[in-house]
Write a protein that binds this ligand. Structure first.
Ligand SMILES: [Zn+2]
Length: 192
């Protein structure tokens, strides 16, 4: 069943420009003969170098306070600048996803993550610098120290604690986060 689904997705991709379309030269030898190898990779016809396009790992933090309110941030930067978001961001090389989500929460809110538990993942496309960066967003439920200490920093322009019933998924600009918020809201509603 999974193989069938995968094939359907690959066929659909054929109508779209190649994800590595803006990479015109081989990054190893500089040859312009850097050609499509398959739907996910390009190959240098001169030196044989092959580069695969895989999703970048990213994290999303779900932080709820003692009043059952969700911590949301307003995006300070493009893409989707000015829309609502959840704290999080790209993983650094060689850190665990748990370390990555704690680092991003600290950078954006000043809060220290004491414990985090993996919830689910949603793929996303993040347009940046003319490249559609494909991401795999990993959602974590994070328990933090001293929720009242939260302050907006870095990629967060401002932040707010919002009760679940007042959360409007359409106000979240990044598609994966919007889908995640819909799913989370349903999880919280069913828990009651
Ligand atoms: Zn080459």
């Amino acid at each position: 069943m999974f193989a069938h689904k995968y094939k359907a997705k690959m066929t659909k991709c054929k109508d779209k420009p190649h994800p590595l379309g803006i990479f015109r030269y081989c990054p190893v030898c500089g040859s312009p003969n850097f050609v499509t190898n398959n739907e996910k990779s390009k190959r240098c016809a001169d030196c044989g170098f092959v580069y695969f396009f895989n999703p970048s790992g990213a994290t999303v933090a779900v932080i709820v306070n003692e009043r059952d309110e969700l911590l949301v941030v307003r995006r300070a930067k493009e893409p989707a600048k000015g829309t609502l978001d959840l704290p999080g961001g790209f993983l650094d090389c060689a850190e665990t996803a748990e370390e990555g989500v704690a680092r991003e929460v600290f950078e954006e809110t000043g809060l220290e993550v004491e414990q985090c538990d993996y919830l689910f993942s949603i793929p996303n496309i993040y347009p940046y610098s003319g490249l559609d960066v494909h991401t795999m967003d990993l959602f974590f439920l994070c328990r933090v120290k001293g929720t009242q200490e939260a302050k907006a920093m870095d990629d967060a322009e401002s932040l707010a604690w919002i009760p679940w019933e007042q959360i409007m998924p359409q106000e979240f600009g990044l598609l994966s986060v919007r889908k995640g918020v819909i799913r989370l809201k349903m999880m919280w509603t069913n828990k009651k």
